[in-house]
Structure formats: structure tokens, C-alpha cells
Ligand binder design. Structure first.
Ligand code: ATP
Ligand code: MG
Length: 603
């Protein structure tokens, strides 16, 4: 067992996990103590000429720039960058752009932003930035492929895709050797160069590793490592018409970057034997620095009520089901950010769920709990009326001498805690006049049993203001309550000696009609009605929640005039809200509900 790591950056002791134990064992044994790093990715000769690697470990986060990152990627980011930070290492940001189609600069920029926003960077101790593009390694990959051919470890197969599939066998049946498997290295090299020179059409041939057609692991039955694709690449243009397969490219990328611990999700567990086979061959040939990287797998994040597949998320965007990748209902990092999630809350979430090798679903409430925990002490409080109902204090002029009289009121921006943690926190100021907005649900003409708020004859306190007594209501033509009538009880103002002279059972939130601000409030809810919307072959599109967004015109207290885009608040009794980073503007406030005050999932 290893000891928990003390991490200075957050001053918390982190629980151990199997990856931390592997890294700690490697550090204790000096597995990478003699690694060299020339300051940039490269082959064995390049790295061998460099100084000792100042990074104790190297990890990487290798997204394919074909979409925006989601909360699942956040787990991988926090894991890879977090381990590097905790163990004196470096984590590379590598764009896995070896697939010529589907990739886009917009996504590259979005990924860089997302990782930075989450609180990480990719600098060496000397400040050098470790941001790489796998497509820059095509030259080396080609050389590695020629080496494998020359060493008898690869051959060009010209079977049709159907023949190849049939001859691969299956779990119960070994594969059958391709008739091209016995070509000589010289024949293979010539044919591979034909592939590279564009002499063959797409699909006419592939380069395959020559391993074992009878292997119980189907991934070792001579996997394809290069294919023909006459397609333009965003970085290399038309320089290549053959492209490496992911399973070949990925280990090579890791090796060129001197990655020590290559951490991926469990789907790649069956690929590990090929990962090791390939790097062993390239190390034997002296092409890559040693010791070579090792792959470790962990269970991907599955979060209830969301889908975490770029393809499915793209479908929601492309079909206008959501307003974009940054729609506040999206589990993308830009969506979570716009919804009001903080980097701290997402990091806390990733720490809390930990890493294991067991398949499981994490409850969405866990993520919300982290947000509440982060904002509880930070978010200024505010009163709002989300479903506003006018209330008139009919004796106002009589008590204060004028119908226009205003009483100045204040409440602390953060609740006063016993340890005085918030002492000196700012006060929110607002005024009470003859008319206020209250929450519609705070009045009942005929109160249900146990109801403590406004009903004729009952007294409540307007929070931070006066005790009032309800006298009745006015209705509109449809019979709906249009205005509540009440009287103010003199000498009961909060914070004055008379405040406690009248006991009430409830204090209600309110906003002054004369100084309240009109605001658009977007009440977001889960995007899907099913906890596992895309599990077990379910059609996630049939499980969309029709009520995932409700927009209301609210009144909010005047302190919120100072809200800036991204500013976060606790609206008393309703939960945490954020000023929308796109649409909020002074004079036109727009707030998003991040989450309620209590867990409402599964209810
Ligand atoms: P998607 O299926 O959504 O396209 P992906 O795995 O294909 O996801 P990549 O860009 O290839 O997307 O992923 C980059 C890294 O993020 C990979 O190392 C991958 O293992 C990791 N990752 C992706 N989804 C998750 C998840 N749900 N939980 C943890 N890690 C994830
Ligand atoms: Mg992918």
C-alpha cells in the first residue's frame, strides 16, 4: 500500500488509487530515472542526445479534434494532468489528428480553451509548451512501417475487405493466413511504396503487422496498421494518401513524446498486447527511446441523465435539439461552464469519483453536490421572485406619512457564520415601499393544513424588512389572484430593537416593486428523462425531456445590477444561478439556474 499524496496546490490529502500506486512504485524503483528528453518529440537518436528529463513522469491527454470535450473527457483531463502535477511530471496536450476527415480548427481551439479553463497547462519545468499534433509524426510513422517490413514484421495484404474479415476468424475459430502473408520484405517494401505513391485506390491494400493469425486475442491476428485514403489532411494537405491506423499511431505517438504512463479507458485493454508488441519491435530496431511507454486502463465515466459520446452530442447540435455545443443543458465542458459550473467543482467531482477498473454509473447528483459545496461559501445571496405576484401594503401612507416613502433595508451578501468567516463581507442594500413582488406560492386564499405563509389573518416577515399581516387579495377577470393585500406592522423592522416584539412562523423572500430589476431566468432541468439514456441500445432521442428548459420573467433585487457575465449567486430558497456568459448584459439581465439547493434527482 502506498501513502496518500499531499498536494500543495489544493492542500488536501488525496486518496490513493491503482494508478497512483503504479506511479509511486515506478518512482521508488527509478523506472524512468534515466529517461532523456531533448525538449521535443522524436526518435531514439533525438532523445538520446538530450539531457536527463526534468519531468519525473510524462502523461498525455490525446483528444481527437472532432468535437467539443465533455464531462467524460474532464475525468481523463483531471486524471492525466492531476497525476503529472502531483508527481513532479508533465502532461502533454496532444491532438490525435491522424484521421484526415472530420477534424476542424474550431475543435482544436475549443479543446485548448477547455483544458486551460479547467485549470491545467502543458508546460515543462523550463516553460516549454508540450502541445503536439500527431500528424506531425507521419514521417516517423512511415519510417517505422518500412522498418517493420524490412524486419519481416509487416506485409502488404491485397485481399478484399470481405476476404480479410472472413479470414480473421472469431472467438471460437482461428484466423486463416492471407495468401499475401509470405511475400518477401523486398516485395512488401515495393508494394508499400506503391501505396504511398498513390498507385493504388482506396481499399485496394493495407499494411498489416505480421503477428499470429491464431492468437486468442483477435487484435493480434495481423492487425492493419496503414490504409490507403486519398483525402486531404488539415495539417499535411495532400502530402500523404496513406494514413496510419489508430492502434498503430497511438503507441508511436506516446513513444516519440517519451510518455511514461499512457492512461486510457478500458475499451483499449485488448489493444495493450499490440501496443507492447509494436513498441518492443521498434525498440529492438533502435527506433524509439527506452524504456518504452506502458499503457494502463481505467473505467470511463458514465454519468446518469447525460450522454457522453461526441457523435451523439453532435447530433443534438446539428439537429437543433439544443442551441449549440455550449447549450447549458449539454454535458460538454463549454455547456457546463455556461450553465455555471466552476473549474473547482468539476475538479472536485473528478477527485471524488476516483479511478477504478470497474464499470459503473455515477449519479448526476454527485456533480451537483460538488457545485453546491464550491459555491456555498462564495456565492453572494440575493432575493428574487421567479413567479412574481404583487403585494400592496395598504396602510403604508398612514404608518410612514407618505405613500412614496421608502425604508432602507440590508442583508449580508454571505450568511454570517459562527466562526466569523464572512465578517466584512459586503451588504446588499434594497428598499421596501408600498408595493413588493412576492412569490405566487407564498399566498393561499384558503391555506392548506400547516401552511405558514400568507393567508388572510396571518403574519409573516418580509425577509430583512417588516412583519406584515395579510388582509386579503384582489382577483382578475379570470378569478386568478392579481394582488395580495396586507398591512405593515409598525416598529418590527429587522435589525431594530422592536424586531422580535412580534413572533411570526415564516419569513418570505420579496423584491421591491420600485427598485427590483426585471430579469430573464432560464430554469434548466435534465435533458433526458431516463437515467441511462443510451445504455442497452435505447434510443436517446426518444427520451428527451420536453421540460428541460423553462424561461420565466422574474424580478430580482437591485444588488444584481452589478452582476457580470459568469457571476454566480445563490438565489435564496431557489438554488444557484449564474449570469449567462453570452446573453447577460447590464440592463438586460439573464440568469441560468445551475442547480437547486437540495438534491432533487431520483425523486
Ligand atoms: P467520444 O466517444 O465521445 O468521441 P473519444 O474517446 O472517442 O470520445 P477522444 O477525443 O478520442 O474521444 O478522447 C480523448 C481522451 O478522453 C481519451 O483518452 C479517452 O479515453 C478519454 N475519454 C473519452 N470519453 C471518456 C469518458 N467517458 N470517461 C473517461 N475518459 C474518457
Ligand atoms: Mg474517438
Amino acid at each position: 500500500m502506498s501513502t496518500p499524496v499531499h498536494n500543495d496546490s489544493t492542500d488536501t490529502v488525496k486518496p490513493s488509487n491503482f494508478l497512483r500506486q503504479i506511479i509511486e512504485a515506478d518512482l521508488a524503483q527509478g523506472t524512468h530515472a534515466r529517461n532523456r528528453w531533448a525538449g521535443s518529440p522524436g526518435d531514439a537518436a533525438h532523445q538520446g542526445a538530450g539531457p536527463a528529463d526534468p519531468a519525473k513522469i510524462r502523461t498525455r491527454f490525446p483528444p481527437e479534434p472532432n468535437g467539443y470535450l465533455h464531462v467524460g473527457h474532464a475525468k481523463s483531463i483531471c486524471l492525466n494532468f492531476g497525476l503529472a502535477r502531483d508527481y513532479g511530471g508533465v502532461c502533454h496536450l496532444r491532438f490525435d489528428d491522424t484521421n484526415p476527415e472530420k477534424e476542424d480548427q474550431e475543435y482544436v481551439d475549443g479543446i485548448i480553451d477547455a483544458v486551460h479553463w479547467l485549470g491545467f497547462d502543458w508546460k515543462d519545468p523550463d516553460g516549454h509548451e508540450n502541445l503536439y499534433y500527431a500528424s506531425n509524426y507521419f514521417g516517423f510513422m512511415y519510417r517505422a512501417a518500412e522498418y517493420l517490413i524490412e524486419a519481416g514484421h509487416a506485409y502488404v495484404d491485397e485481399q478484399t475487405p470481405e476476404e480479410m474479415r472472413a479470414n480473421r476468424g472469431d472467438f471460437g475459430r482461428p484466423g486463416v493466413d492471407s495468401p499475401y502473408r509470405s511475400r518477401t520484405p523486398a516485395e512488401n517494401l515495393a508494394r508499400f511504396r506503391d501505396m504511398k505513391d498513390g498507385k493504388l485506390p482506396d481499399g485496394a491494400a493495407v499494411l498489416r503487422a505480421k503477428i499470429d493469425m491464431a492468437s486468442p486475442n483477435i487484435n493480434l491476428r495481423d492487425p492493419a496498421i496503414y490504409r490507403i485514403k486519398h483525402a486531404e489532411h488539415h495539417n499535411t494537405g495532400n502530402a500523404w494518401c496513406i494514413y496510419p491506423m489508430y492502434t498503430f499511431a497511438h503507441p508511436v505517438e506516446d513513444a516519440l513524446e517519451c510518455i511514461t504512463h499512457s492512461i486510457c479507458t478500458l475499451e483499449f485493454e485488448d489493444q495493450r498486447p499490440f501496443y507492447d508488441w509494436l513498441l518492443d519491435r521498434l525498440a529492438e530496431g533502435g527506433l524509439i527511446a527506452t524504456p518504452q511507454p506502458r499503457q494502463y486502463e481505467f473505467a470511463r465515466l458514465n454519468l446518469t441523465y447525460v450522454v457522453t459520446s461526441k457523435r451523439k452530442l453532435k447530433h443534438l447540435v446539428d439537429n437543433g435539439i439544443v442551441s449549440g455545443w455550449d447549450d447549458p443543458r449539454m454535458p460538454t465542458i463549454v455547456g457546463l461552464r455556461r450553465r455555471g459550473y466552476t473549474p473547482e467543482s468539476i475538479q472536485m467531482f473528478c477527485e471524488r469519483i476516483g479511478v477504478t477498473k470497474d464499470y459503473s454509473w455515477i449519479d448526476y447528483a454527485t456533480l451537483e453536490g460538488c457545485l453546491r459545496e464550491d459555491l456555498e461559501a462564495k456565492a453572494h445571496r440575493a432575493m428574487v421572485a421567479l413567479d412574481p405576484l404583487r403585494l400592496e401594503l395598504t396602510n403604508w401612507a398612514e404608518v410612514f406619512g407618505s405613500a412614496d416613502h421608502l425604508e432602507h433595508c440590508s442583508l449580508p451578501a454571505l450568511p454570517h457564520s459562527h466562526d466569523g468567516a464572512h465578517e466584512g463581507a459586503p451588504e446588499r442594500r434594497f428598499t421596501l415601499g408600498r408595493e413588493v413582488w412576492i412569490e405566487r406560492e407564498d399566498f393561499e386564499e384558503v391555506p392548506p393544513k400547516g401552511y405558514k405563509r400568507l393567508f388572510p389573518g396571518n403574519r409573516v416577515r418580509l425577509k430583512g424588512g417588516y412583519v406584515i399581516e395579510c388582509t386579503g387579495c384582489e382577483k382578475d377577470a379570470e378569478g386568478r389572484v392579481a394582488k395580495v393585500l396586507a398591512t405593515v406592522v409598525p416598529d418590527t423592522k429587522s435589525g431594530t430593537p422592536g424586531a422580535d416584539s412580534v413572533k411570526v412562523k415564516a419569513a418570505i423572500t420579496w423584491v421591491g416593486v420600485q427598485d427590483g430589476l426585471q430579469a430573464e431566468v432560464r430554469l434548466y432541468d435534465r435533458l433526458f428523462t431516463d437515467a441511462q439514456p443510451d445504455a442497452g441500445g435505447k434510443d436517446f432521442l426518444a427520451l428527451l425531456n420536453p421540460d428541460s428548459l423553462k424561461v420565466v420573467n422574474a424580478y430580482v433585487e437591485p444588488s444584481l445590477a452589478a452582476a457580470r457575465p459568469d457571476g454566480k449567486f445563490q438565489f435564496e430558497r431557489f438554488g444557484y444561478f449564474v449570469a449567462d456568459r453570452k446573453d447577460h448584459a447590464p440592463g438586460r439581465p439573464v440568469f441560468n439556474r445551475i442547480t437547486g439547493l437540495k438534491d432533487s434527482w431520483g425523486k
